[in-house]
Design a protein around this ligand. Structure first.
Ligand SMILES: NC(=O)c1ccc[n+]([C@@H]2O[C@H](COP(=O)([O-])OP(=O)(O)OC[C@H]3O[C@@H](n4cnc5c(N)ncnc54)[C@H](OP(=O)(O)O)[C@@H]3O)[C@@H](O)[C@H]2O)c1
Length: 332
């Protein structure tokens, strides 16, 4: 089969012919129709991720048709249209993943390929209202956004939530899920055009985080602080998020795209009873909750652009430039 292979740090992904995957007991082979990029793929290519090994087929998101099932597996999966849950072996504790937990696409071979072997426990029916590219865009971003919003931050209908860096893949799905759940959603972005598009998806408004004084401007525009903030940027602006949270409010974060926050004023955090909640991916229960809301409310992940599998490296460069609004997808 063809695959886009990570061969070494800071080298372009190489389009290569590699052996077809074989389903081990408990696994299925899925003929992929589409795969989607995540920032993780870029961190790995840049050498900024733990446990890097090469050669490796990257890619955590995929959708396709089950071609075969390994020994003693449930043959009912064969021929079904599926999406892949990229959170492998979460473990028994819903509060945190166990020691066997892995994210699809390192160390296990990922979705930037024509086929993949994956445990049948990580297959879920493709939501019927989604095209292949939209379905591939859903799993990792939807799962991460769901857990941060609902399992960790316990967002409720009518609450005010701020989503930072809304053009990002997870952030935009968080915006869509929060709107569907009846929250009042505000956004930040580095681009006025992306803020306008966020409003078209149901955000009440937003500000550009590149402008000086953006936090004060947002407090004024939004009419006060937020019950919940969802962040994956971290960096210098994380201190602003504490000021933007109402006393007793929640900040759920799952990334540090802009680095670790310098100069945090911890007093503002504890005196105002702020809950700062780390979050990563999600449990099988989170994944089921996310797909149920997506199916019930016919949520359609925003696909920024589709590249052919052979142009996977060009797709990563597009992600690196933060040029996207939503998910970047590969057609397999
Ligand atoms: N822990 C987990 O389970 C988990 C899961 C998924 C992702 N992540 C992490 O979360 C982050 C986002 O992942 P992704 O795949 O959604 O990435 P992505 O699609 O590449 O989106 C990144 C977005 O970050 C925003 N951004 C950049 N600098 C910012 C800043 N200083 N302030 C606010 N926003 C900023 C930009 O938004 P605009 O375009 O709107 O300016 C950009 O589009 C990455 O660090 C990733 O590693 C963690």
């Amino acid at each position: 089969m063809n695959a886009a292979v990570f061969t070494a740090i800071k080298q372009p992904l190489a389009c290569q012919t590699v052996p077809d995957p074989v389903a081990a007991p408990g696994q299925a082979v899925v003929r992929l129709k589409a795969a989607a990029l995540n920032h993780r793929d870029l961190w790995i290519q840049l050498g900024q991720y733990a446990g890097i090994k090469a050669p490796m087929i990257l890619g955590s998101d995929g959708a396709g048709v089950v071609e075969s099932v390994g020994a003693a597996g449930d043959q009912a999966w064969v021929g079904r249209e599926v999406i892949l849950n990229p959170a492998l072996d979460w473990g028994p504790d819903p509060r945190a993943q166990g020691p066997a937990f892995r994210i699809l696409g390192l160390p296990d071979a990922g979705t930037f390929a024509e086929k993949i072997a994956i445990s049948t426990a990580n297959l879920a029916p493709k939501p019927a209202h989604l095209a292949w590219e939209q379905a591939a865009a859903l799993p990792l971003a939807g799962l991460t956004a769901w857990r941060a919003l609902f399992t960790r931050a316990q967002l409720r209908a009518g609450e005010r939530v701020l989503i930072t860096g809304t053009g990002g893949g997870v952030a935009l799905l968080a915006l869509q899920l929060a709107v569907a759940a009846g929250a009042e959603v505000w956004a930040t972005s580095g681009s006025a055009e992306k803020l306008a598009r966020a409003q078209a998806l149901g955000a009440s408004g937003g500000v550009n985080y590149r402008e000086a004084g953006w936090a004060a401007q947002l407090l004024q525009t939004a009419g006060g602080p937020f019950d919940v903030i969802i962040d994956s940027a971290g960096g210098e602006d994380f201190a602003r998020l504490i000021e933007l949270t109402r006393p007793g409010g929640r900040i759920a974060f799952f990334g540090a795209t802009a680095g670790n926050p310098p100069g945090l004023d911890l007093r503002k955090c504890f005196f105002r009873q702020i809950n700062v909640l780390g979050s990563t991916m999600g449990s099988p229960v989170d994944f089921a909750g996310m797909t149920m809301l997506v199916a019930a409310r016919k949520i359609v992940p925003v696909v920024d652009r589709v590249f052919p599998l052979a142009a996977a490296d060009a797709a990563l460069r597009h992600l690196e430039a933060s040029a996207q609004f939503g998910k970047i997808v590969l057609s397999c």
